[in-house]
Design a binder for this molecule. Structure first.
Ligand code: ADP
Length: 263
């Protein structure tokens, strides 16, 4: 069951000189698969104890006991941290699911305008405190072939990042339009922006530009890694345009072969 990677190289010093390299990458793939399984198993095992701790903290808070303010603060902190861990574990499970090669996943016709409209209702809810102005420019006639849960999570990640990294009263625009024969989803914000040297690393697992601030946003550092894998399965491309302290634009471009016209 060897996994051989072949590479053909034309050498500089003579047209007749061709080098064929054969590399056995089966071990690399095996180790990578073990890592994924391990992460998935650990995440799964962490879910139960977390649910128990969360249940007890919620029970204490609902008991309306006359607690010393110190205790009240401690319960609030425990609840906040348990929620954070819960989200992290959830994201780790999603990542280990999308990291595996799921080329055989059945792709279905998806009504993207409907998916976006549902997500935007959530984003409005998320953004109440910050009072962002969110506008949408959606072409109702475009759908795509895809895996429902995966694409929803990719769109949701980009929208929630725009909300998280845009200060109060900022502007966020979501668009879904034809792009020649392709289709393009874009989230544009006028938030913190990203320095050019960071842009290429954003889709790495746990990569965060500003660790302390990102932690405050409640993110996991896994969102864009998930997006990258999802798009890989969909033969779609992620394009990031960002200007430090001006804002960012994250786009997903779907190939013509995935685009469908909705009635
Ligand atoms: P997180 O859970 O930290 O948001 P992501 O993988 O979704 O993780 O994003 C990785 C990092 O990319 C974030 O920590 C943040 O620094 C940066 N980032 C993502 N989206 C934006 C955005 N719209 N504006 C500015 N920075 C962003």
């Amino acid at each position: 069951n060897a996994n051989i990677q072949l590479e053909l190289r034309f050498m500089d010093y003579g047209k007749e000189n061709i080098l064929l390299l054969a590399r056995d990458v089966s071990k690399v793939h095996r180790v990578e698969a073990m890592r994924r399984d391990f992460v998935a198993n650990v995440s799964h095992e962490l879910k139960t104890p977390l649910t128990v701790v969360r249940g007890y903290v919620e029970m204490i808070q609902a008991s309306e006991g006359d607690f010393d303010p110190h205790w009240q603060q401690a319960f609030d902190t425990i609840e906040g941290q348990v929620s954070r861990m819960d989200r992290l574990v959830e994201q780790l499970l999603v990542l280990s699911r999308v990291e595996v090669n799921t080329e055989n996943d059945v792709k279905q016709p998806l009504n993207v305008p409907e998916i976006l409209s549902n997500l935007l209702n959530d984003a409005h809810w998320l953004n109440q405190e910050k009072q962002h102005e969110i506008s949408a420019d959606i072409d109702e006639s475009i759908g795509v072939l895809g895996v429902d849960t995966e694409l929803k999570s990719a769109f949701a990640n980009l929208i929630s990042n725009a909300v998280a990294y845009t200060p109060a009263n900022g502007k966020i625009t979501v668009s879904w339009q034809r792009f020649g024969l392709k289709a393009k989803f874009t989230v544009k914000d006028n938030g913190t922006g990203i320095r050019p040297e960071d842009v290429n690393r954003l889709t790495e697992r746990f990569y965060r530009v500003d660790k302390s601030r990102s932690r405050n946003t409640g993110g996991s550092g896994l969102g864009l890694a998930i997006v990258k894998h999802v798009l890989h399965h969909h033969n779609a491309e992620l394009i990031i345009n960002s200007q430090w302290q001006k804002g960012s634009e994250f786009s997903i471009v779907f190939e013509e072969s995935s685009v469908i016209t909705l009635n």
